[in-house]
Design a protein around this ligand. Structure first.
Ligand code: SF4
Ligand code: SF4
Length: 202
């Protein structure tokens, strides 16, 4: 497995098939994704969470996009037009595809090989990840903060009741004003609230 850095060159491209949107159920969402996608779809956060997401069984505060049908197609794939319904605000995992982080903190990746074609041109990994609007650079830090937070609290989650868990879920995913632009600071504030509450469950 070749490790790729941001400056590596790799044959990457997209021929608009649907391979990266089937056999899913593993597309994780940060609270920022939840806010941005809800806003994009013009629905409330609560409605979005209920209709489009589910909780990962083994990780009580992680959510993924639901899938539909035998092919486990991502619920946000537009079958008719063969495209992602939320392309502009799609989650980081989808932005990176077919690259997968080997170590996100250090910007190390590998090519999953799931859409490797000779016809694709070589481009810099950084360019692939950022697209036209710097999406990777703009969101990597907040993504890492969320991943680090989940790792930090994971051991403590076994000691809390389902009611407390539901309270934390609501704080972390629902306690936002999506009309405001400061979503990152809202997320940081919510993380702080949950961390403080968790201090009682050492
Ligand atoms: S990223 Fe790859 S798998 Fe996904 S639509 Fe494009 S070519 Fe197909
Ligand atoms: S969010 Fe979009 S790109 Fe990602 S799996 Fe779903 S339909 Fe595909």
């Amino acid at each position: 497995m070749d490790i790729l850095t941001l400056n590596s060159k790799e044959k990457l491209g997209c021929k608009m098939c649907d391979r990266c949107c089937i056999y899913r159920g593993d597309i994780r969402l940060t609270p920022i994704n939840v806010c941005k996608i809800s806003k994009y779809l013009r629905i409330s956060i609560k409605e979005f969470l209920k209709k489009y997401t589910e909780r990962l069984e083994n990780n009580k505060l992680e959510i993924v996009l639901k899938t539909v049908g035998n092919l486990k197609q991502c619920i946000l794939y537009d079958e008719k037009n063969k495209k992602c319904k939320i392309h502009k605000v799609k989650p980081m995992q989808c932005v990176m595809f077919p690259l997968v982080p080997e170590n996100l903190k250090r910007d190390y990746f590998y090519n999953s090989g799931e859409c490797k074609l000779e016809e694709f041109k070589e481009i810099k990994v950084k360019k692939w990840l950022n697209g036209n609007n710097n999406i990777y650079s703009k969101n990597k830090k907040i993504c890492m903060e969320w991943i680090d937070f989940l790792e930090e609290i994971q051991p403590k989650l076994n000691n809390i009741s389902n009611e407390e868990l539901e309270e934390f879920y609501k704080i972390l995913f629902e306690n936002y004003d999506i009309k405001k632009l400061n979503l990152k600071s809202q997320m940081r504030k919510n993380i702080k609230i949950v961390k403080e509450k968790l201090l009682n469950f050492v």
